[in-house]
Design a protein around this ligand. Structure first.
Ligand SMILES: Nc1ncnc2c1ncn2[C@@H]1O[C@H](COP(=O)(O)OP(=O)(O)O)[C@@H](O)[C@H]1O
Ligand SMILES: [Mg+2]
Length: 293
């Protein structure tokens, strides 16, 4: 099932153009929507989830016309917002039962079956009797996935789910999402490049309410082969190098010198060494060329 977004625009009452004639096509699989804070990711996701209206544009999912028939989309949608709010003091099992009733699963036996399945899939079976309000951040996010899976959705939207998770929790979360994404269309927004690298078969870079680039992670880095260069400099040389070159990033070495990464078609100066491109390079180049255009 294909999600198709055409010419989607939204200007908030304060004049911010959160979506600017945005076009995007997403197929089955894990799709990463990568962009900095304020790019418009949450606005886009809430709009696809039919929780807010755009000013203009079209959205379709398969043969569902999303803006004309929001109820049809909601039946096949699983959505995890950027912040879920406060959870009641109720066990995961009870809370899932409550959500399953809201989602219209009337038979107690059917509810028990599906709740067992989603608890298993999200690795929460052992803590199913514990109160969700006492869960860690990572467990809460996995619970968020468990609840959205209850109605067997075909389109799953998760908005910045890894923000604020520690590395171990983040890994556990990504493993759960990976499993879910094997059979569904999943849109995953993040400002963390590594999330996309580890997870997604397709991706887009978003900023200023527009899609700057849509490529697979492999294509994005392949295009930069032989175009990324590193050089060791002293801290005081950074300014001069930034004036001369497209500096993508700089990191301190153990001896307090700096290593800069530069994007250039050819070796910029003699003492630059060619290095393998990574997805972060692709992300920084897309953002840089956007803000200078
Ligand atoms: N309800 C709102 N009213 C006014 N401005 C908003 C509202 N929600 C978001 N914005 C603005 O729209 C832009 C995009 O925000 P958002 O969609 O949350 O981006 P992201 O999720 O990528 O951080 C930002 O400049 C933000 O401040
Ligand atoms: Mg957001």
């Amino acid at each position: 099932m294909k999600l198709k977004i055409q010419q989607l625009s939204k200007t908030y009452a304060n004049g911010v153009h959160a979506l600017d004639q945005l076009n995007l096509e997403i197929s089955t699989g894990m799709f990463g929507l990568l962009g900095p804070n304020g790019a418009g990711k949450s606005t886009l996701m809430r709009t696809i989830a039919t929780l807010q209206q755009p000013d203009s544009g079209e959205i379709s999912f398969g043969d569902i016309s999303v803006l004309k028939d929001p109820m049809a989309l909601r039946r096949v949608l699983g959505y995890l917002p950027q912040s879920f709010g406060v959870y009641p003091k109720m066990s995961a099992e009870k809370l899932l039962d409550y959500f399953a009733i809201l989602k219209g699963i009337d038979s107690k036996k059917d509810r028990n079956t599906v709740i067992g399945e989603v608890l298993e899939l999200t690795n929460l079976h052992e803590v199913r009797k514990k109160s969700v309000s006492g869960y860690s951040g990572g467990m809460k996010q996995r619970f968020g996935i468990a609840q959205l899976l209850l109605n067997n959705p075909r389109l799953i939207i998760v908005d910045e789910p890894t923000a604020g998770l520690d590395p171990a929790e983040r890994n556990r979360f990504l493993n759960v999402i990976r499993e879910v994404g094997a059979t569904n269309t999943v849109i995953f927004s993040t400002h963390i490049v590594d999330d996309v690298k580890e997870l997604c078969t397709d991706m887009a870079i978003m900023n200023g309410g527009r899609i700057l680039q849509q490529l697979t992670p492999t294509e994005a880095t392949d295009r930069l082969t032989n175009k990324i260069w590193v050089k060791k400099i002293s801290r005081t040389e950074l300014n001069a190098h930034e004036k001369l070159h497209t500096v993508l990033s700089s990191g301190f070495n153990a001896d307090n010198s700096l290593e800069i990464r530069v994007y250039a078609e050819q070796q910029p100066e003699e003492d630059f060494v060619n290095t393998a491109p990574n997805l972060e390079d692709a992300y920084f180049i897309a953002l840089k060329s956007d803000s200078t255009s």
